[in-house]
Structures are given as structure tokens and as C-alpha cells.
Write a protein that binds this ligand. Structure first.
Ligand SMILES: O=P(O)(O)OC[C@H]1O[C@H](OP(=O)(O)OP(=O)(O)O)[C@H](O)[C@@H]1O
Ligand code: HPA
Ligand SMILES: [Mg+2]
Length: 183
């Protein structure tokens, strides 16, 4: 995307590509220490988590499997509907697996609290969460997250996988979406 096309759509850049990649490296070192000698199943939550998943998976010096699930609670707006739908299920059997859910953002927490319960009910050995971003002020339910990259203010953000109406996912930085875009 041309920066001239989107510069007016962002109020500011919140996190640069470098800050994001440094954080993913830091989280990877913690994950490697916690799962040393074990095989982890990374479960990426489509579509927002594709960039985090791609960078985290390549940064981790651990044997991993990767699988994907697509759930949606936002439709095309900026508010969670609270109703989580499975759009695409996992291919893997979770029995006895050490599962690490990889997410871009925890906003209300509704998606992840539902997803964790869903995956736990499939007989996984453990289900932990790695989320690049969390908005503490937006939490509607408490989610126990082992690995969090950044706590961010309660603003709608886009880029690095995060969209508004399917746009902006390919921005390398994460920026705050200008209210005029969705007003
Ligand atoms: O904590 P919550 O309030 O539940 O919000 C977080 C979820 O919402 C977004 O996904 P979305 O459902 O918009 O789908 P997408 O990943 O395809 O963009 C985001 O990627 C998280 O998965
Ligand atoms: O701030 C956000 N940006 C993009 N997608 C999202 N899904 C939940 N919160 C957000
Ligand atoms: Mg998502």
C-alpha cells in the first residue's frame, strides 16, 4: 500500500516494525525457555494473527507444528458483537498437545476466553496464549495470558495483520485509525 494512500487514515504510528519484531524476539526467548525440549502446537487465529504467527514461528528455535482457526466476532465494524463463530476449524487433534494460541490483539477478551475454553475441552495437555497487543481498559472478561507484547490504549488500531473492514492488514507498523475513517 502506498503510504500516501493511508497517511491521512492514521492519527499516529503506535508501534514501529522494529519495536514489534524486537518484542517478538523477546517473547520467543521466554517461550523457548518455558517449552524447552517440548513440541508446541501454535494455533494462529485467522486472519488478524497471520503476521505475528509468521514472525513468531520463524523466530522460535523450537520444534513446532502450526495450525489455524478462523473465528469472527467483529464483522466489519469496530465493536465486538460478543458472538464468536467458527469460520474454519483446526485440522489437528489436540489430545495431549501443548497448545499455544497466537493472537494479534485482546480487546474485550471475548474471542480468546471463548477460544481457550473451546480448545481446552478437546483434551489438550495445556492451552496458553501469546498475544502481541492487549487493551486493558477494554476488557469485558478477564483472560489469563501467559505472553503479552504490549499493553496499548483503548483506541482502534490497524496494521501488522489488524484490519478495519479488511483494509490496512499489510501495513508494517501498527497505527491508530483516525476516527473520521469509521465515523
Ligand atoms: O478481544 P476481542 O474483543 O474479542 O477482539 C479481538 C479479536 O478481534 C479481532 O479479530 P476479528 O474477529 O475482527 O477477525 P480478524 O482476525 O479476521 O480480523 C482480533 O484479530 C482478535 O481476534
Ligand atoms: O483495535 C483493533 N483493531 C483491529 N481489529 C481489532 N479487533 C479488536 N480490536 C481491534
Ligand atoms: Mg482475529
Amino acid at each position: 500500500m502506498e503510504s500516501s494512500e493511508i497517511s491521512g487514515d492514521l492519527t499516529s504510528v503506535l508501534l514501529t516494525e522494529k519495536q514489534i519484531l524486537d518484542k517478538i524476539a523477546e517473547l520467543s526467548r521466554r517461550i523457548e525457555a518455558d517449552y524447552a525440549g517440548e513440541k508446541v502446537l501454535l494455533v494462529g487465529v485467522l486472519k488478524g494473527a497471520v503476521m505475528v504467527m509468521a514472525d513468531l514461528a520463524r523466530e522460535l528455535k523450537l520444534p513446532i507444528d502450526m495450525d489455524w482457526m478462523a473465528v469472527s466476532s467483529y464483522g466489519s465494524g469496530t465493536k465486538s458483537s460478543g458472538v464468536v463463530r467458527i469460520l474454519k476449524d483446526l485440522d489437528s487433534d489436540l489430545t495431549g498437545r501443548k497448545v499455544l494460541i497466537v493472537e494479534d490483539i485482546i480487546d474485550s477478551g471475548l474471542t480468546l476466553s471463548w477460544l481457550r475454553a473451546n480448545l481446552e475441552s478437546r483434551g489438550a495437555h495445556s492451552v496458553e496464549i501469546c498475544a502481541l497487543l492487549r487493551k486493558p481498559e477494554a476488557a469485558k472478561v478477564d483472560v489469563d495470558v501467559r505472553y503479552v507484547g504490549f499493553e496499548i490504549p483503548n483506541e482502534f488500531v490497524v496494521g501488522y495483520g489488524l484490519d478495519y473492514a479488511e483494509k490496512y492488514r499489510n501495513l508494517r507498523d501498527i497505527g491508530i485509525l483516525a476516527p473520521h475513517v469509521y465515523a
